[in-house]
Every structure is written in structure tokens, then in C-alpha cells.
Design a binder for this molecule. Structure first.
Ligand code: HEC
Length: 140
């Protein structure tokens, strides 16, 4: 009988332990300054950066060596921004960021300064151009 108890008790304890499946706390609702759709974020008067999301991290990480204009005039995908950062780390003494900080910087940059559509107008078509004085239409 004692032998049997020794077998049963740990088993019951084990089951009891499994019974309490705690639910993880509900995820916090995502809050973001850009929550208002269509509202353009204000610009930081010092750096010129858009004051949204993790802009403070970017300001402190990215405006020590050059002005914020260097950033706001630039456009790129996350990959292109990462390439620029790697280039500065390799050539311009930019320090390493920890992964979390780097991810936040890249996300901010790619979201707020994404690749722009071409700034140049489309080429004019023939009927939008003035007559070509050098055209040789064969009639001499
Ligand atoms: C340690 C100094 C330093 C820091 C910090 C720094 N940069 Fe730079 N960055 C430079 C230098 C030097 C240049 C090239 C010289 C110049 O144009 O002023 C440059 C150039 C750039 C350019 C222009 C690249 C091009 O192709 O014209 C961009 C964009 C840029 N940096 C973005 C950033 C971002 C984003 C951060 C923050 C992650 C950052 N920089 C932080 C030193 C730095």
C-alpha cells in the first residue's frame, strides 16, 4: 500500500500542476503618434525629424555627427537605410547599436522616409514638343 501511494502521489501532483493553465496577459493596445490617419506629424524644430514613433531615439543616435537634414533629405527602404548605417559604421566611426535600438531606428526611417516616387516629370511626348527645326521629312 505504501508502495502504491508513492506511485500515485507524484502523479496527482503532476496532474494538478498541469491543470492551472494561466492565460498570458492581453497584449497592450498599440499606441502610436501616427494613429490619426492622414495627419502629418509635426517636425522637430531642432533636427527636422518627423515627431512620430521612435523619433527621439533616431535624433539622439543620428544627429550627433551631421544635421538631421542629412536624414530627412534621404529616402530608402529598410534595407537601404540599413546599408547606409553599415556604411557609416564601416567608414565614418558610427558605433554599433544593440539590435532592439537598430530595429527601431530602421523601422522609423523606412516608415517616415520611404523611397520617393521620381521627382522628375515624365518625358514629353512628340505632340507636346515644339516643331523640330531639324526634321528632315524628305521634301527638299
Ligand atoms: C559617428 C558619426 C555619425 C553618426 C552618429 C551618424 N552618421 Fe550619418 N554620416 C556620417 C558621415 C561622416 C557622413 C558622410 C559625410 C556627410 O555627408 O556629412 C554621413 C552621411 C549620412 C547620410 C548621407 C548618405 C549619402 O549617401 O549621402 C545619411 C542618410 C546618414 N548619414 C544617416 C544617418 C543616420 C540615419 C544615422 C543614425 C543611425 C546617422 N547617419 C548617424 C557620420 C555619422
Amino acid at each position: 500500500m505504501r508502495y502504491l501511494l508513492a506511485l500515485v502521489v507524484p502523479f496527482v501532483l503532476l496532474l494538478g500542476g498541469c491543470g492551472s493553465d494561466e492565460q498570458p496577459p492581453p497584449a497592450e493596445p498599440a499606441t502610436s503618434a501616427s494613429a490619426v490617419p492622414g495627419a502629418a506629424p509635426d517636425l522637430d524644430p531642432v533636427s527636422g525629424l518627423k515627431m512620430t514613433g521612435d523619433w527621439r531615439i533616431v535624433r539622439s543616435a543620428c544627429t550627433g555627427c551631421h544635421s538631421g537634414k542629412q536624414i530627412t533629405q534621404q529616402r530608402g527602404t529598410a534595407e537601404q537605410w540599413l546599408t547606409m548605417i553599415r556604411w557609416m559604421q564601416a567608414k565614418q566611426n558610427l558605433w554599433q547599436f544593440d539590435q532592439v535600438t537598430e530595429d527601431k531606428i530602421i523601422a522609423y526611417l523606412a516608415e517616415n522616409y520611404p523611397p520617393a516616387k521620381s521627382q522628375r516629370r515624365a518625358l514629353l511626348t512628340g505632340d507636346q514638343l515644339p516643331p523640330n527645326p531639324y526634321a528632315t521629312t524628305g521634301g527638299m
